[in-house]
Design a protein around this ligand. Structure first.
Ligand code: ZN
Length: 461
């Protein structure tokens, strides 16, 4: 086997830097895609993390291991098939709460890739176990099955040149595809992990899913998990070690509804909703202009039946995030006050009929937290990024890692390599630009976490 690794890497890193124009983006363009999926949920503070010698040495030793070299070669040789897997999975719709079909397919891929056993849990997380020889610790290695797109969205992949376009292709079908490749690479190279790895296609990462797949995994009925890595989006440079907390609400103003002319004067839920948004955004804007980065967004508005009907309900969904738990509570309070004020004011304006009412439902609550740069899993992320020629950046994001991070369990989220753009839009696309670097990086971090059993390898030969 020939290893042409180092020179390739130097070239790749250089060409990526050129692509990015070396401007103030500070990372290659592919990484910014991961930003727009993972960290794009996340305002990003760029830092240059410090790599400790021990972890650099660990990754260097791992990458020089003969079987790891074989695994790297496999990843390169298998790259075309990785893209085929990506296309197959992308074309299986996976709307929020409707991930079952994709989960079923994923389960069969996990089995076919060489898992020792596979199963689905109650929420349709698809899980494949690769047993370790010592079986002391368990690493969960995840990518999320769900997309943000509703049922009926055309998910067929359109290929033009090197560009693969389809909703969800990068976020996070790319993650799902590389997990399969990595399991195969481990099997084909004969690597014997010392500790267990659970390869997981998990449900419910996006939006209203509210991390329910990850919450289940770390809940009372989930498996034992000692460390967690999720692959989300593309790129091979960022390491998300900080969990961005968020609150999400569905707010519904309700009234009797009626004819716009005949029942004129009834309380109008849409008018109340508009007023609420006005009050909320005025105050939230003032609050979020200083202090820790905090955002707010009215993302969905619905309700009403026709132009000449007073609606019986008006609904909005609101998302707020903050680096600081205190600021999150404050912007949340601003929203609640705005809604109540709008309701009171609108009820003063109505000329007859019952008062409007409002229902405030929390539909998302993602915990925050942060792992230090010095934590082993974070260091391994930094070391592996440098090894593949990337410039590591530590980030804050709203991902499945929020759950383990908030519980103090070692966890990071990384990109799956390549370059993705326009996540969460119908124009989402993926370009397999140096995608293998992301796969190799992920493999190295996983192997550093679980260890390789050399004695087993020698015995097995
Ligand atoms: Zn994602």
């Amino acid at each position: 086997m020939t290893i042409k690794f180092p020179s390739r890497l130097i070239f790749s890193a250089f060409s990526l830097a050129l692509l990015a124009g070396c401007g103030d983006k500070t990372t290659d363009t592919s990484e910014n895609k991961q930003d727009s999926t993972v960290a794009g949920r996340a305002p990003v503070a760029m830092t240059a993390p410090k790599l400790e010698d021990t972890f650099k040495a660990e990754i260097d030793a791992l990458s020089a291991h003969p079987q790891v070299k074989e695994a790297f070669q496999f990843i390169e040789d298998y790259d075309e098939q990785t893209i085929k897997t990506l296309i197959t999975l992308t074309e299986i719709e996976a709307p929020p709460y409707k991930e079952k079909n994709r989960s079923d397919k994923y389960l069969s891929l996990l089995k076919e890739a060489g898992a020792d056993s596979v199963w689905q849990d109650e929420v349709w997380n698809a899980i494949g176990l690769v047993k370790g020889t010592k079986r002391g610790k368990v690493l969960a290695f995840c990518a999320h099955l769900d997309t943000v797109f509703p049922e009926g969205t055309d998910t067929r992949v359109q290929q033009s040149g090197d560009t693969l376009k389809a909703p969800g292709i990068s976020d996070d079908t790319r993650g799902l595809a590389i997990l399969i490749t990595i399991m195969k690479a481990i099997r084909k190279s004969g690597i014997q992990p010392e500790n267990d790895i659970l390869f997981i296609g998990n449900v419910g990462e996006e939006g209203q899913g509210d991390l329910r797949g990850a919450k289940y995994l770390f809940g009372p009925n989930g498996p034992k998990i000692d460390a967690f890595i999720s692959v989300d989006g593309s790129g091979h440079e960022s390491v998300t070690n900080q969990a961005l907390g968020s609150h999400r609400y569905r707010i519904t103003f309700q009234g009797p509804g009626g004819h716009s002319w005949g029942a004129f004067g009834l309380g109008n839920p849409h008018h109340a909703l508009g007023r609420a948004i006005n009050y909320f955004t005025d105050e939230a804007d003032k609050f979020t202009r200083s202090g820790p980065k905090t955002n707010y967004n009215v993302g969905v508005i619905s309700g009403g039946t026709s132009v000449n009907s007073i609606p019986f309900e008006s609904i909005m969904e609101v998302d707020m995030r903050s680096e600081s738990p205190e600021s999150l509570v404050k912007v949340d309070t601003i929203l609640q006050q705005a809604v109540r004020k709008a309701l009171a004011d609108q009820n003063k304006l109505k000329r007859h009929g019952p008062d409007l009412t409002v229902k405030i439902e929390m539909i998302g609550d993602r915990p925050s937290g942060e792992h230090p740069e010095s934590m082993a899993i974070v260091q391994r992320g930094i070391a592996a990024t440098q090894f593949v020629g990337g410039r590591p950046t530590l980030r804050r994001g709203s991902t499945d890692s929020n759950i383990p991070i908030s519980k103090g369990i070692p966890a990071i989220t990384i990109g799956g390599g390549g370059m993705g753009r326009n996540a969460h839009s119908l124009d989402e696309y993926f370009i397999n630009k140096d995608g293998v670097l992301g796969i190799k990086r992920a493999l190295l971090i996983v192997l550093a976490e679980v260890g390789i059993d050399d004695e087993m390898r020698i015995e097995s030969r």
